[in-house]
Unconditional design. Sequence first.
Length: 564
Amino acid sequence: MKVTYNTIFVLITYAIFLQSSEAQELNLKILGYTDIETEIIDSLSYQRKHQEYQSISQTIEKAKNDLVALGYYDTKEIDRKNFTDNTYSVRLHLGNRFKRIILLIDELSSLPSYLKGTGYPIQENWIDVETAFAKALLEQLTIIAANKGKPFSSFQIQNISKRNDSILQGELKITEDTIRNINNIIIQGYDKMPMSFIKRYAGLKSGTLFNRQKLLEKQEAINNLPFVTVKKDLEIQFTKDSTNVYLYLNKQRNNSFDGFLGFSTDETNNLILDGYLDLVLRNNLNYGESLILNYKSDGNDQSQLKVSADLPYLFGSPLGVNAELYLFRKDTTFSETTQQASLYYQASPRIKINTGYQYKTSDNLLDIPGLTSNISDYTSNRGTLSLTYAELSSNVLFPERRYFFAQGEMGQRNTTDFSEQQLSFLTVARNIFKLNDTNAVYIQSATQILFSDSFVTNELYRFGGITSIRGFEENSIFANLFSVLNTEYRYTINPGLYVHSILDVAYFENELIDAENELISFGFGAGLNTKAGLFKINIANGKSDGQEFKFSNTKVHLQLQAKF
């Protein structure tokens, strides 16, 4: 019985000793034959701390292979010392460096087609590569193969030998995988995600060639959609017979309420209020649809209402429809009603081509003779054609990187006296020029022109205010031609707060009263992402050419875009 207890004690002690030994941290030091060689070895950033002996041996072999890849073909181990204070020391002699390697190519294999994407020219049946870049070449070839639907293809350099005292020679070999196509796309998290946006907007479809880089680009396009977020990167499941893509998405609330209250004074220093309301209901039916209600009033009996609906990807096709109703009233002067319907083609995630029909009617509300010469009842019928380019971003403060819109309208205006052919063009372009993580420059340009032999006041374009040139009353300027340039220098203080300058310039013409003028405004503003939504404040003062700046012309615009 005593022997049994002693045996158990010895076993327990030995087990504790082994556990303690395994828990010890072992240090590895790889030295060169000279100080210069040691510096070269240190540049490999090899693993120095280990928990077991096998890991040390693997690290030494990896270091040797890495040195050979750098051109030190004659690398050999000349000394290996036992552990001293848990440190294991190995000394290597690198020898002369071979700066280049000639890689022989089997021209009957698929290698030449892969090498075309690397920039290395094939000379007869070989390529000349710097040994320092040989490993990078293999990695590049692997990426090219993966992007061609062969993710498990591998490339090796075999049978390396000395060609002369400064050049190595080897054979470039490929182990090629079969082509893989995407078989299934599985959505995790947002089960009711409209698949038309996956297939049509992002271009992610079953049966397409597997390309991981393009998959990540398509995932980014999905993440930029305003009603969905990517909660983690996609995953690929490879089986013997299929390739499955898993997307991890969350539905994002994207209904928004956007509004502001503006303050200004009139000539008698009385306070004037103007307002703006923009209600957007988007993807509530999990179709990607949107309904927009926009109302604007300048506090001087001028008001407008716009309602529009958009249905994308009808029946899973790249076609969508848009309908819009626009009402405008200028105090007791005139009113205007515009109805528009259009069909568009989503050519790519960023490009949309639109064609439609617009019907407009306007009524003269004045009853005083002699004051109606420039205002007239009229109707107009126009065909429209437009192109939209929009590059979105997942940034909360700046959800749009760049935007371009061009539209042409052609049709006929009918008054009580005669009919007239008209032509209209509109272009809008804006871009954020990012200087670094905190500084950026925002520029927007908008130009609109109406070609006609004659004009009436109630058909002229109306601009001014926070959505055009800041520092002026909303829709206070009438023109048959105008061009506005908005600029901001933006400084991001943190991910939820930025401040910016305001410098806007504009030019307009009004042939009806034979007038043309230049406008300028300047000021500053800020944007803050709060729990209630994105809050913006803009303070700007504007003047026309030849006028002096007046503090009383300063406009303060408050805006809050709340998500729900």
